[in-house]
Write a protein that binds this ligand. Structure first.
Ligand code: GLP
Length: 255
């Protein structure tokens, strides 16, 4: 069962509580397909992590059933670890290739991921921001949220007008992501290149997904707490077109 969407009394965000992650993922996939139908040259902002995976799987099923020509569409990843070999399965380049580029049929040259192994990381970050702007910007940005409220790899304290840059990951984030590195936090990179919060806010539309009780606190703080740098996702309330797709557990701490 899908509950009717509501507009949060504190913000203009649309919040939709779906019965389960699969139902929420279908809604996100439909949004993406509608965009790509109406604008074949659209730029999609793609997140990694467990949360968006069912969205990409739903899109992949739709592509098998009724293929859409994505040869002119573009995708921009949110972030990448610093110092990781892009060929390793844990690199976000590999994740995006496996979950987005290949199954959905994007042209490889149209899918961009920050270069975490560049000799000049600051220049790579600047170039990434410029590349997004040069293509006309992201039409629809898909986001997950970290337990501490991070979006992309913008940890608490990130400026809400920050741009793509090199960041240091918190211990909490490295611990949460150790599950992708044989449960060994020592193997989790300490830095990343991430789109800034200001970069994310330039996207024309944003869809954030969050599932499970573990995300309920971060969701409540983002939607109902103060808009502040300590709460990166709270910055989304400054944007005029944001949809939050939750399962019941992730919505459980909303008043
Ligand atoms: C990582 C990514 C974020 C993602 C977050 C939550 O840190 N950089 O973009 O939103 O993890 O991941 P998950 O969806 O696996 O909980």
């Amino acid at each position: 069962m899908i509950y009717p969407s509501f507009v949060s009394p504190l913000t203009s965000l649309r919040v939709i509580v779906a019965a389960d992650p699969a139902a929420a993922a279908e809604l996100a996939a439909t949004r993406i397909l509608t965009l790509l139908h109406s604008k074949p040259t659209a730029a999609l902002g793609v997140a990694t992590g467990s949360t968006p995976s069912p969205v990409y799987r739903a899109l992949s099923r739709a592509q098998l059933a009724e293929p859409l020509d994505l040869s002119r569409a573009r995708a921009f990843a949110l972030d990448e670890y610093v110092g990781i070999d892009a060929r390793l399965p844990q690199s976000y380049r590999s994740v995006i290739d496996a979950e987005v580029t290949e199954p959905l049929g994007f042209q490889r040259s149209h899918v961009s991921v920050p270069d975490g192994s560049a000799a000049d990381l600051a220049a790579a970050a600047r170039d990434y921001e410029a590349a997004i702007d040069a293509t006309g910007g992201v039409d629809l940005q898909i986001l997950g949220i970290g337990h501490n409220g991070h979006i992309g790899f913008n940890e608490p304290g990130s400026a809400h007008d920050s741009v793509t840059r090199v960041v240091t990951l918190t211990q909490e984030t490295r611990k949460a992501n150790a599950r992708f590195f044989d449960d060994n936090i020592e193997l989790v990179p300490r830095q990343a290149i991430t789109q800034g919060i200001g970069t994310i806010l330039k996207a024309r539309s944003i869809v954030l997904l969050a599932f499970g009780a573990g995300k309920a606190g971060a969701v409540a703080r983002a939607l109902e707490g103060p808009i502040e740098e300590a709460s990166p996702a709270s910055a989304l309330r400054k944007h005029s077109d944001v949809t939050i797709l939750l399962d019941e557990a992730a919505a459980s701490m909303l008043s």
